[in-house]
Design a protein around this ligand. Structure first.
Ligand code: ADP
Length: 472
């Protein structure tokens, strides 16, 4: 049975967890991108302000730096003066370090003086800034050399910003690298993220609990209904078994009185108790005809009961198909002639024997030819034919074709159903039980074959059925 509760618990838990994790990751990604963008804008503005404020000193310093070696540059008083000026302008900002690069990627100035002289010409951030772009990145530093000494466990954004020269409009003289400390901002993002996580998890958790209650209830109802359904199914099966048993009993019990009636009607007809006059003979004929119908019905009911209880047994053997078809056709020829219907047999020369139950195969053909006779008005034609069939010619296909009343299109899907009788007045002129085709189909299938038909209303019907041929 479908385990609704288990599937719900697993799938919705996974869905909720994925939702929370996705929200969590999305929020963090956007918050950090915003933070970097904001800091970058701030650092850019600050670098411009500082560059303007120390314009003269910076210009002179860059010129000096281009002439001096690294160690000299670390000691010159102009460097210390520039450092002091810069620090004064950074006062009160979250800036922890500034570097200035010359156009060849050399660090010509750094608030951490030991870095003066470093070659950063292949640093991606510097390359971007030297071409007029701005690049920033967020990193975590366990320890960091800031203006006012070593700081620890910090989150830092470093922005590379072009340093525009005074010489020509938009000419780039070098680059700034400005480090800002965003540890408090990042801590705030972390706190917001945790709060968000708590709120979303609580809402989804409540929703999950609510759905769990609903699904548990639904699951209980489904289980109850399944149990009811099972009980009903068992009862139906029991009723069906009782019905089959009853049908079998009736069919069996009818046999004895039918046989006695038939025997006595035969005796009367043979004149054992004196010659019958015309009226008496007619009555005995009627008795015999109806006893035959009762016998056929009892036999059909017995077959239905055996088919439905699975107690039907087949004795498969080699059956001479040509002989069987000839015998059945001959047995119906008189009836057909009396009715004014032409009955012909058309057999393929090379027809092999069938691997089937001879008696049951005869029953199948008899039923189809009997129906063709019943449902074909005078002047019509019935053809019984047989040929090899199947991809490897492993089957025998028998065809019973008539030019009779045909089957209405809306009834064609029902004719193999148990007790189905047509509503067509032409069909209802004939007696029938609606069991013949039901039994016929089962018999064909039990012998490993298939049955189907084509019918044009008021033009005729063709039944086809196959049974396996014996292997050569
Ligand atoms: P029945 O005892 O009524 O003949 P069957 O199961 O043999 O029962 O057939 C079911 C119904 O199929 C018939 O009542 C009839 O309407 C239709 N039928 C069967 N064979 C033919 C046929 N050859 N031509 C027209 N109708 C047919």
């Amino acid at each position: 049975m479908f385990r609704l509760l288990r599937y719900f618990v697993i799938s919705s838990f996974v869905a909720f967890a994925v939702t929370v994790a996705t929200l969590f990751a999305l929020y963090r990604h956007h918050a950090l991108s915003d933070l970097v963008a904001l800091e970058e804008a701030k650092n850019t503005a600050l670098s411009r302000a500082v560059a303007n404020a120390v314009e003269g000193e910076l210009g002179e310093y860059l010129a000096l730096a281009s002439r001096l070696g690294n160690e000299e540059l670390q000691r010159v008083p102009e460097m210390h003066a520039l450092r002091a000026l810069m620090l004064a302008h950074m006062e009160g900002q979250s800036i922890v370090k500034i570097k200035v690069y010359s156009l060849d990627g050399r660090v010509v100035f750094s608030t951490e003086t030991s870095q003066i002289g470093d070659d950063q010409s292949d640093n991606a951030g510097f390359i971007t800034a030297s071409k007029g772009g701005v690049a920033s990145q967020l990193t975590h530093r366990d320890s960091f050399n800031a203006f006012d000494g070593l700081i620890e466990d910090r989150d830092v954004i470093s922005s590379y910003i072009p340093l525009y020269g005074q010489s020509a409009e938009n000419s780039i003289d070098g680059a700034f690298e400005i480090y800002s400390d965003v540890t408090p901002l990042l801590a705030r993002i972390d706190r917001t993220q945790i709060t968000l996580l708590a709120i979303v998890s609580s809402i989804l958790g409540l929703l999950y609990l609510f759905l769990l209650v609903v699904v548990r209830r639904a699951d209980a109802i489904i289980r109850d209904q399944a149990t009811d359904l099972q009980v009903a199914r068992n009862m139906a099966e029991q009723a069906n078994a009782a019905k089959s048993e009853f049908v079998s009993f009736v069919a069996h019990e009818l046999n004895a009185p039918i046989t006695v009636m038939k025997m006595h009607a035969d005796l009367l007809q043979r004149g054992v108790k004196g010659v019958l006059n015309e009226g008496q003979a007619k009555y005995v004929d009627v008795i015999q005809h109806n006893v035959d119908r009762m016998r056929a019905l009892a036999a059909d009911l017995a077959d239905v009961s055996r088919l439905e209880t699975g107690t039907f047994s087949m004795e498969l053997d080699n059956v001479a198909m040509q002989d069987l078809l000839r015998d059945v056709t001959v047995s119906f020829r008189r009836l057909a002639e009396e009715k004014g219907v032409e009955l012909t047999l058309d057999l393929a020369e090379d027809l092999p024997a069938a691997h089937a139950d001879s008696q049951r195969l005869q029953q199948v053909v008899t039923n189809l030819v009997s129906n063709a006779c019943k449902y074909t008005p005078p002047g019509g034609r019935i053809t019984v034919a047989a040929r090899r069939a199947g991809e490897a010619q492993e089957m025998i296909e028998t065809i019973v074709q008539d030019t009779g009343i045909g089957i209405a299109p809306d009834e064609q899907s029902s004719i193999f159903q148990r007790f189905f009788r047509s509503r067509d007045d032409e069909a209802l002129r004939n007696h029938g039980t609606g069991l013949g085709l039901y039994i016929t189909r089962k018999l064909v299938e039990l012998q490993g074959g298939r049955i189907w038909f084509e019918s044009q209303f008021r033009e005729g019907t063709t039944f086809y059925f196959t049974v396996p041929a014996t292997r050569p």
